[in-house]
Design a protein around this ligand. Structure first.
Ligand code: ASP
Ligand code: MG
Length: 412
């Protein structure tokens, strides 16, 4: 029998009616001849509600206790879903992340999965049960509850699919699949039938909120093919796989916009070996995701370095860097080393593996943005991506302009 892993996000289990809808769908999937594992998120809004509760009793709750609290969101959903399946005549059993054998490191609030012991899950599948697993959570080796970072249920599902060597993994959500751009920004955006891991990774980290980037990285690493599709109908969604030759025929697969970004600049640092390593080492130790990095050419042995990151991480980044500042100063220039943070930035990305074989995409992008009166602040490129930072206020205009310039409404 084929093993199917389905993941339902917060909106898809956002009410008791929706949970019953999910229950019916999992039963259909089982009747179609699959062994079914369902990974679920907390009901929409619940994780945020719990975070607020924590802050009502403490100004600085520890990450370890926050994890215990946040894990209850998903624990509620697994119990309700298992009850719903049973009430419809099925046989389900709910398991927390720990019970499902998901072992993680001990970096609370952003733990990494280190191992999955799938024996218990397999045992229940072989008894004909639908196994309902709490997403977003795991357990350290010494038995503490951890969570995997916001949006982490995607990762739980992909990792479960890898551990079970599932035949199919479906990420069921409130959108129909991955689109050429966010339809709320670009109304004529179209659903993409097939996309490569690398393209989705670029799109995910560029703001297409369909999936958590870490889970796409994990899927790529372990070769888990998955489909992003709607939990509200039976239409096919977007298949995410290794790239195929056919995929290269499309130069630009999608355009993506990431708002709420800030730029941090450290000015007046001595240009000597090791300072970039220190800066980005400290940020990485704090598990802060840095996006674009630019270092200026130095004049008179002094330079500055800028990077972008999510605005919500900017304060944490400053705190991680302040203790290092003195060490970056040129002799006698201690006063001039400063951290300057500017918010209100958006990143626009144009993504496609076909860009490897095609030149002129960057020139075309810059040209249409200029024609629309949009100023480019920073530029970064990879083989399959061109990204620019712009004023956030012009983000939607920039996305629509790029989407149209590359004809995405017609040929996706
Ligand atoms: N409930 C968690 C969150 O809101 C995990 C998830 O939904 O994937 O981030
Ligand atoms: Mg979610």
């Amino acid at each position: 029998m084929a093993i199917l892993v389905q993941k339902y996000g917060g909106t898809s289990v956002g009410s008791t009616e929706r949970i019953l809808n999910v229950a019916r769908r999992t039963l259909e999937a089982q009747r179609a001849g699959n062994q079914v594992v369902v990974v679920v998120s907390a009901m929409s809004g619940e994780t945020n509600r719990l975070i607020e509760l924590a802050h009502a009793v403490s100004s600085a709750p520890t990450d370890a206790e926050l994890d215990v609290l946040l894990a209850t969101g998903e624990q509620t959903t697994i119990a309700l879903l298992a009850m719903a399946i049973n009430s419809l005549g099925g046989q389900a059993i709910s398991l927390t992340g720990a019970q499902a054998g998901i072992e993680t490191d001990s970096f609370h609030s952003m733990a990494r999965i280190s191992r999955i012991s799938a024996d218990r899950v397999c045992g229940f599948l072989n008894q004909g049960k639908i196994v309902v697993v709490a997403g977003f959570q795991g357990m350290t080796q010494d038995g503490r509850i951890t969570t995997l970072g916001r949006g982490g249920s995607d990762l739980s599902a992909i990792a479960m699919a890898a551990a079970l060597q599932a035949d199919c993994c479906q990420i069921l959500t409130d959108v129909e699949g991955v689109f050429t751009c966010d339809p709320r920004i670009v109304p004529d955006a179209r659903k993409i039938d097939e996309i490569s891991y690398d393209e989705l990774l670029e799109m995910a980290s560029s703001g297409s909120k369909v999936m958590q980037s870490r889970s796409v990285e994990f899927a790529k690493k372990f070769g888990v093919h998955f489909e992003v599709r709607s939990s509200l109908n039976n239409e096919p969604g977007t298949m995410v796989t290794e790239e195929t030759e056919k995929m290269e025929g499309v130069v630009v697969r999608g355009v993506s916009l990431l708002g709420n970004q800030s730029k941090v600049t450290i000015t007046g640092v001595a240009d000597r070996p090791g300072f970039a390593a220190k800066i980005f080492g400290a940020l990485s130790d704090a598990r802060i995701r840095v996006d674009m990095i630019v270092q200026n050419v130095s004049h008179t042995g002094v330079t500055d370095v800028s990077f972008t990151l999510a605005t919500e991480d900017a304060k944490r980044a400053e705190r991680a860097l302040i203790p290092l500042l003195a060490a970056f100063a040129p002799a006698g220039g201690e006063e001039d080393v400063k951290i300057v943070t500017t918010g209100g930035i958006a990143k626009l990305s144009v993504v496609g593996i076909g860009m490897r074989a095609q030149s002129g995409v960057a020139a075309r992008l810059f040209e249409v943005l200029a024609d629309a009166g949009i100023n480019i602040q920073m530029i970064s490129t990879s083989e399959i991506l061109i990204a620019v930072t712009i004023d956030e206020q012009q983000g939607a205009l920039a996305a629509r302009t790029a989407h149209e310039a590359f004809g995405l409404q017609e040929n996706s």
